[in-house]
Design a protein around this ligand. Structure first.
Ligand SMILES: C[S@@+](CC[C@H](N)C(=O)[O-])C[C@H]1O[C@@H](n2cnc3c(N)ncnc32)[C@H](O)[C@@H]1O
Length: 224
């Protein structure tokens, strides 16, 4: 069952392929993946490595789910199996993304656990965020690298994914910025950005009509 600690248990009892995750990520995954069965049928992870995480997602989402992996290393295609399909290319390759989207249309969850190089993380987000289901989730992990030079990171350094996220916090609220920031597709489609230790999660949900309400002992009134 989703959200009941399944992922923790799976990880600790993993007797299968190599699975490499920080332990605190499992709570984050479970908190942001409580979709209905029909919504969570397509899942994409960038970074396959030993193949263990794709098997974990297959077990978590159920056998009706399609689990897709992207890895630059062609050896990872060895992890192809029923319900799991691996594509070989760099995560910032638009031709690869088009090929995947032609086949799968949209994803309920996308996780970026690839190179963790800022240029790649940014490009993947640019190519893939629109391909997330309108009620889906885009999750970037290992973002401690956004502070490390060898990954093109650095505190408050332009071009890091964390600096990009800080701007996105304002963009979510663009409708209230009195024209200072244009209301974008991102604004209209994003409900929440959750920032954790090393992980950022974007939850998509169409922003709707805003309504404030006042209630008093005298009754109920609506305000725009
Ligand atoms: C941290 S490992 C993935 C671990 C796996 N998700 C897991 O949880 O067990 C990172 C993977 O990203 C792949 N990778 C590195 N650079 C890449 C790139 N530019 N595009 C796609 N994959 C890349 C590596 O080959 C490696 O297999």
């Amino acid at each position: 069952m989703l959200g009941d600690g399944f992922l923790h248990r799976y990880f600790l009892n993993n007797g299968g392929k190599r699975l490499h995750k920080w332990f605190h990520y499992f709570d984050i995954y479970e908190r942001h993946s409580n979709a209905s069965e029909t919504e969570r049928q397509r899942f994409l992870e960038i970074g396959v490595s030993g193949g263990g995480s794709l098997q974990m997602w297959k077990a978590y989402f159920g056998h009706g789910a399609r689990v897709i992996g992207i890895d630059i290393d062609p050896i990872c295609t060895a992890h192809d199996e029923v319900g799991i399909e691996i594509f070989t290319a760099s995560q910032d390759d638009p031709a690869l993304i088009n090929q995947i989207i032609d086949r799968y249309d949209a994803f309920y969850i996308i996780i970026d656990d690839g190179s963790h190089i800022m240029r790649h993380v940014m490009k993947s987000f640019e190519l893939l965020y629109d391909k997330v289901d309108p009620h889906g989730v885009y999750l970037v992990e290992d973002l401690h690298t956004a502070y490390w030079d060898e990954y093109e990171g650095g505190l408050k350094r332009a071009g890091t994914f964390m600096e990009f996220v800080k701007d996105k916090l304002d963009e979510i609220n663009a409708a209230h910025a009195r024209g200072a920031i244009p209301v974008s597709t991102f604004t209209r489609s994003t409900a929440c950005i959750a920032v954790y230790d090393s992980v950022v999660v974007f939850e998509k949900r169409p922003q709707g009509t805003r309504q404030t309400s006042i209630t008093t002992g005298m009754g109920y009134a609506e305000q725009e």
